[in-house]
Design a protein around this ligand. Structure first.
Ligand SMILES: C[S@@+](CC[C@H](N)C(=O)[O-])C[C@H]1O[C@@H](n2cnc3c(N)ncnc32)[C@H](O)[C@@H]1O
Length: 266
C-alpha cells in the first residue's frame, strides 16, 4: 500500500476543493435516494466527505473506507454520520460489501489503481447499478509559468512515476479518467467529465515547494543519470517560487457515471 501523510492531505485539500466540479458533485448527490448510504473509497482523512457535505446535501450515512487506520481515525466530518472501514482495497474481492451502499465516490484515488482493478470495481458496482463519482484523477498535464527548458524532461519522468505500482498493479496515472469513462460506458452508464485542475498561484509558496520537491524526487528516481539536470530545474523553480513568480496548473478530471435508466444492463 502507498502511504499518504496527513500533512500532505491537509495541504492539498484547499486546492482539491477549489478545483472540483460542483455541478458534477451536485448531480451525483441528486442521483442518490433519500437518506443514502454513500461509500467513500480511499477516504483518507475525510476530505471528499467534507467537500460533498459542504454542498448542502440532505442527511446521509457515510462509509469511509481506507487501509490507513490513523488517517481514518483523524477524519473529522463534522455532524455527518460516519462508519469507518479499515480495509485493504487491493484485495481480489476489493474487501467491500456493497449490499447496503447506494452510491460510491472517491477523490484522488482513480489514478493510483490499475486497469485490472478498475475493471473489477466497475463490474461490481455496475451489477448493483450504483452511481459512481470519482473526483480528482490526474490526467497527465502540468503547466508551469514561466516555462523552463527542462519542464518537458521532468514532466515525462514524473509521468513514469505516476504509472508505478501503488499496490494495485501498474497504476493508470494520467490514463485513469478515460479508462473510467470507457469502462462505465461499456455497462451502459451515462458518463460526464469535468476539468478539476489544481491552480497554484504566485503566493502559494508552501504548495509550490512541495510540488517542486515531489516532481524532482520522482523524476530523479525514474532517471538517476539526469540528477544534475533535475537539480538545476528544481533550484530555478524554487527561486521563482520564493520570488512569487511561479504558477502551476496540474490537470485533473472529475468523472461522474450514472447507471442506465431502465431494467437491464448491457
Ligand atoms: C491521495 S490519498 C486521497 C485521500 C482522500 N480521498 C483525499 O481526497 O484526501 C489516497 C488514499 O488511498 C489510500 N490507499 C492507498 N492504498 C490503499 C489500499 N490498498 N487500500 C485502501 N486504501 C488505500 C491511502 O491510505 C490514502 O488515504
Amino acid at each position: 500500500m502507498e502511504a499518504f501523510a496527513e500533512t500532505w492531505l491537509r495541504l492539498r485539500e484547499p486546492y482539491d476543493h477549489a478545483a472540483r466540479s460542483a455541478p458534477l458533485a451536485r448531480r451525483f448527490l441528486a442521483a442518490l435516494p433519500a437518506l443514502p448510504c454513500v461509500l467513500d473509497l480511499a477516504a483518507g482523512a475525510g476530505s471528499n466527505v467534507r467537500y460533498l457535505a459542504s454542498l448542502g446535501m440532505h442527511p446521509a450515512n457515510w462509509v469511509l473506507a481506507d487501509a490507513d487506520r490513523t488517517l481514518l481515525a483523524s477524519a473529522d466530518v463534522g455532524t455527518a454520520r460516519v462508519e469507518r472501514w479499515a480495509v485493504d482495497l487491493a484485495r481480489p474481492d476489493l474487501g467491500l460489501d456493497l449490499s447496503r451502499i447506494d452510491g460510491v465516490t472517491a477523490a484522488a484515488f482513480g489514478d493510483l489503481v490499475s486497469a485490472a482493478w478498475l475493471a473489477r470495481f466497475a463490474r461490481r458496482v455496475a451489477r448493483r447499478r450504483l452511481p459512481v463519482f470519482m473526483a480528482l484523477s490526474v490526467d497527465g498535464r502540468a503547466m508551469w509559468t514561466p516555462e523552463d527548458a527542462d519542464d518537458l524532461l521532468v514532466q515525462r519522468l514524473f509521468r513514469r512515476d505516476q504509472s508505478r505500482d501503488k499496490g494495485f498493479g501498474p497504476a493508470l496515472g494520467g490514463g485513469a479518467p478515460w479508462r473510467l469513462a470507457s469502462l462505465f460506458r461499456g455497462y451502459g452508464y451515462r458518463v460526464h467529465m469535468g476539468c478539476s485542475d489544481w491552480r497554484i498561484g504566485p503566493q502559494d509558496r508552501t504548495m509550490h515547494d512541495r510540488m517542486i520537491d515531489g516532481f524532482a524526487a520522482a523524476a530523479t528516481a525514474a532517471a538517476p543519470e539526469a540528477r544534475n539536470t533535475i537539480a538545476g530545474w528544481s533550484d530555478r523553480r524554487r527561486a521563482q517560487a520564493a520570488d512569487g513568480l511561479l504558477r502551476l496548473s496540474v490537470g485533473h478530471r472529475d468523472c461522474l457515471a450514472l447507471p442506465p435508466l431502465g431494467s437491464s444492463l448491457r
